[in-house]
Design a protein around this ligand. Sequence first.
Ligand code: SF4
Ligand code: SF4
Length: 236
Amino acid sequence: MVEISLVPIPYRIVALTREQHNLFEYPPERLAEVIREVGFFCTCCGKCCTRAFNGHVFLLDRDAAVIRALDPAAIEPAPDPEFCDQNGTFYVSGYALRSQGDPAGSCWFLENGSCRIYRQRPSICRIYPSMLHREPDEEGIVDWRQVSGLNEHGEYHHDIPPEECTELARETKEYENAVLSQELSFLELIGNYFAEHGLRHVQKVYDDRMRRFRKGEPVKVMVFSAGTLVPHTWMK
Ligand code: SF4
Ligand code: SF4
């Protein structure tokens, strides 16, 4: 399989635009029906608020603004930057919530198993475990996935009122569309920025800097935020 960072930007824009079109075509009633059939019930175990279970919490621009106002120390450049130029600067499409640095990688806002900012939690935390994007399964067959970590957490087959299913389906679709829009805007900006500044993605430099970063060396990363690139010095 081709490394995604090696796919030229225009091809990635076309592929993401196609994904956005597929998402647009997906009937919200179908997602609401899946939500109703699955009947997911959160047991408040707090597992999804750890990197051990769920990777990082990616922030849409609107989420990053809220979190920054609450606690500027809680955000950091999202891991796995998409690009690294020939000079060793990384580029990433947004921010993520910082972890507390404990072995489980607990979210910055997780306290005694509860969310300290529940009413203002980011978009992904509001819809989780609902999702709506296409992914390959173990056999490489690409299809829609609507529930994250199915049968690995929570309880199932609870009754969820129809209006709640409809609202969650609407929010989930809106969130997935916002993620694709942010990534598309980022790719368009990077394409122009690299052309204007004579920059190019170099995978060898990417791998080398990432190795050094993992050993504790600071690196420079430009984070896409509100339509521009914000420079950061990023340390593990
Ligand atoms: S913001 Fe709250 S809900 Fe979201 S991952 Fe952190 S602790 Fe969990
Ligand atoms: S959504 Fe799942 S993992 Fe997260 S607290 Fe609820 S049951 Fe636990």
